[in-house]
Design a protein around this ligand. Structure first.
Ligand SMILES: Nc1ncnc2c1ncn2[C@@H]1O[C@H](COP(=O)(O)OP(=O)(O)OP(=O)(O)O)[C@@H](O)[C@H]1O
Ligand code: SF4
Ligand SMILES: [Mg+2]
Length: 350
């Protein structure tokens, strides 16, 4: 792929609206207990200087290995957790430090769908009541209006309204996730942050739930931030993808551009690890005629409490040079128009 068509592929995958969600230099640090009275309190930098825009109607995928800060970032974006520093704007409003009362007012517009519907749905409440809860909190209307809305939501997500009175354990895993989605949709949000919404489901059910997400986006013009560690899943649903490593975004690109020519060595390594489904187990997932060099990720993910100096990936990067251990690369545009945090981006050269 030439530099020119990488730039072309990096433009909108579909027409998108104005910026709905913007994070600027966002950080979430967890202070840890000091090991002894004489030692300094250590800090775990779960999210560390993340900047991104999400436009109305698009799906931004977020991928990365376990513990890289995906869920923490998702929770910061919808202000389910306090933010250490930086800024989050939603629908033109700075929501970084809103009081609980003012946050409640914007809450209907942004919702989170959790990974494990088993754990996120109250087992002692009936499905209809679970879906009704946000409507009651936000004073949707009288009891009859709430009942009508819940039945409508059941229909929208493909659940039978005859099952309104069932308890979560009486549904299958896929159906439970549909309850979680119906609850998230109840207040007609503009933005849904979905944190690994299909990871806990059987592979055979995953496609159905992913198709539901796609249908709902089409029908209601929803904007998604879609978190997943599974590159296949995230590729399937995303217009653009942000790749995270140790709390930072190391690459941000349109989905096909990212898959056909990753600019960051970590992205390349992550994708090399995905087996080719259609082409036998010995090959790697290739994009069209572009067969990728197989890079094996060696070593463990470093401890986020003691992140490596310079480029945090330098301890595992096959292309690391001296500069990488001392100078931190920022997420910037590379020579071929990609956005990567690397001193020596691949730019289709390797
Ligand atoms: N409440 C907390 N207190 C202290 N550390 C936390 C807290 N929540 C998360 N962490 C740490 O922050 C880092 C990022 O965690 P996070 O759950 O956001 O990662 P993740 O990418 O979602 O991982 P996974 O793929 O396993 O879900 C991890 O090192 C985790 O141990
Ligand atoms: S900055 Fe250096 S160590 Fe980091 S990803 Fe790029 S080449 Fe590898
Ligand atoms: Mg997570």
């Amino acid at each position: 792929m030439t530099a020119q068509n990488i730039v072309a592929a990096d433009t909108d995958a579909r027409p998108r609206g104005d910026v709905l969600l913007r994070a600027s230099d966002l950080a979430k640090h967890y202070p840890l207990r000091a090991e002894s009275l004489t030692k300094r309190r250590r800090v775990l930098r779960a999210v560390d200087g993340v900047s991104l825009d999400v436009r109305g109607g698009e799906t931004l995928g977020i991928v990365g290995e376990s513990g890289c800060g995906k869920s923490t970032l998702g929770r910061c974006l919808v202000r389910l957790t306090d933010i250490t520093s930086g800024r989050v704007e939603f629908d033109g409003q700075d929501i970084t430090t809103l009081s609980a009362r003012r946050l409640r007012r914007i809450r209907p517009g942004m919702q989170l769908v959790f990974q494990d519907p088993q754990a996120s749905l109250n087992p002692r409440r009936r499905a209809g009541d679970i879906v009704a809860e946000p409507l009651l909190i936000h004073r949707y209307g009288d009891a009859a209006a709430v009942r009508r809305r819940v039945a409508e939501l059941f229909d929208v997500v493909g659940l039978a309204s005859a099952h309104l009175d069932r308890y979560p354990h009486e549904f299958s895993g896929g159906q439970r996730q549909r309850i979680g989605i119906a609850r998230a949709l109840a207040t007609s949000p503009k933005l849904i942050v979905a944190d690994e919404p299909v990871s806990a489901l059987d592979v055979s059910i995953q496609a159905q739930v992913l198709n539901l997400f796609a249908d709902l986006q089409e029908e209601f013009g929803l904007t998604y931030v879609f978190i997943a560690h599974d590159l296949g899943v995230v590729r399937h649903v995303s217009d653009r993808i942000a790749v995270m490593y140790l709390g930072e975004i190391v690459e941000l690109a349109a989905t096909e551009a990212l898959y056909s020519a990753p600019a960051h060595p970590y992205t390349q390594a992550l994708m090399s690890a995905v087996p080719e489904i259609d082409d036998g187990p010995a090959t790697v997932k290739g994009a069209g005629a572009h067969r990728r060099e197989r890079i094996v990720l060696t070593g463990e993910v470093p401890n986020p409490v003691a992140k490596p100096t310079g480029c945090t990936f330098h301890t595992r990067c096959p292309y690391a040079r001296e500069r990488c251990a001392v100078e931190h690369p920022r997420l910037t545009e590379t020579a071929s128009g990609r956005r990567a945090a690397c001193h020596y981006p691949l730019d289709g050269q390797r």
